[in-house]
Design a protein around this ligand. Structure first.
Ligand SMILES: NC(=O)C1=CN([C@@H]2O[C@H](COP(=O)(O)OP(=O)(O)OC[C@H]3O[C@@H](n4cnc5c(N)ncnc54)[C@H](OP(=O)(O)O)[C@@H]3O)[C@@H](O)[C@H]2O)C=CC1
Ligand SMILES: O=C(O)C1=N[C@H](C(=O)O)C[C@H](O)C1
Length: 249
């Protein structure tokens, strides 16, 4: 079997370096380029799949480059707005020949945490999200927290639930977190942490806490490799790795 040629962008970063190691260790994959800031992107031209763990401000240029060359992409970089997704759908066109997977979180536990939170959302009057990360993270709230809040908000809307109760009338800016689709999201940045999230749900007399912890970036690799192996069979835009885990049914 010929190994699948893979390039990693952001290869000297925290996630990129972990991905380089994971691709090198996989017998069915071949690392053909490890591209960091300042390197020529053309080095990745021989890849069938590009993995991007760079920065929200550079990822779109890399994706345009991939799509212009018919290369599939697996993207963990955060910062995908509706406008960005619309541009990608537009570029992929009605009959795409390549796939783009954009996942806010590749860890199986985090995907399950979002799934469970969505299931639980309709049963509780109150819900808030707390995301906790290492202090070198540049974006807040995390992409995972934004996606979790959006999914919770949609589930609450479908169930006809009103906004979570909140009597706050005076507030220091930020004290109640960010409002994401009507769900409060709080961010913690603390040395020693990697990537963690709690979804707190409350009803009269009880609470439910759904917590996920990534203690090491190796936790993201099974999801990254599953997406790399399958993206070619999923032409067009795929959001999240749920289809690769059988969680979209
Ligand atoms: N989906 C998921 O499961 C996960 C997603 N992430 C996301 O992935 C992204 C990266 O995270 P992380 O690895 O911690 O961040 P890092 O800052 O450690 O890595 C980003 C790397 O990209 C490099 N870079 C910047 N510009 C370019 C460019 N034009 N071409 C190639 N490389 C470039 C940076 O170089 P330099 O430092 O020199 O600027 C840096 O080495 C973030 O958006 C983060 O939120 C993180 C963990 C899991
Ligand atoms: O920057 C990180 O570290 C992480 N970023 C992603 C996010 O913003 O959700 C995924 C994970 O939380 C780690």
């Amino acid at each position: 079997m010929t190994p699948l040629p893979v390039a990693v962008l952001g290869a000297r970063g925290r996630m990129g370096a972990e991905t380089v190691r994971a691709v090198q260790a996989a017998e069915d994959l071949e690392l053909v380029a490890a591209v960091g800031r300042g390197d020529d992107l053309e080095a990745a031209a021989g890849a069938r799949v590009v993995v991007d763990f760079t920065r929200p401000d550079v990822v779109m240029d890399s994706l345009r480059w991939c799509l212009d060359r018919g290369i599939s992409a697996v993207v963990g970089t955060t910062g995908f707005t509706d406008e960005r997704l619309a541009e990608l759908r537009d570029r992929l066109g009605p009959d795409p020949s390549v796939g783009v997977v954009i996942a806010p979180n590749f860890s199986v536990g985090a995907v399950l945490m979002m799934h469970f939170a969505e299931q639980a959302a309709r049963f509780y009057e109150s819900v808030e999200v707390v995301e906790l990360h290492h202090p070198d993270k540049v974006d807040a709230p995390s992409g995972t927290a934004v996606r979790t809040a959006e999914r919770i908000a949609a589930a609450r809307r479908d169930a006809g639930l009103p906004p979570s109760p909140d009597a706050t009338t005076t507030e220091r800016p930020g004290a109640r977190g960010a409002d994401v689709d009507g769900v409060r999201v709080h961010g913690v940045r603390l040395r020693g942490l990697v990537a963690h999230q709690e979804v707190l749900l409350g009803e009269e007399g009880e609470t439910l806490t759904i917590r996920h912890d990534s203690f090491h970036r190796s936790s993201f690799m099974p999801g990254v490799l599953a997406a790399v192996r399958q993206v070619g069979d999923h032409p067009g835009l795929t959001l999240g790795i749920e289809p690769f885990l059988g969680l979209d049914r």
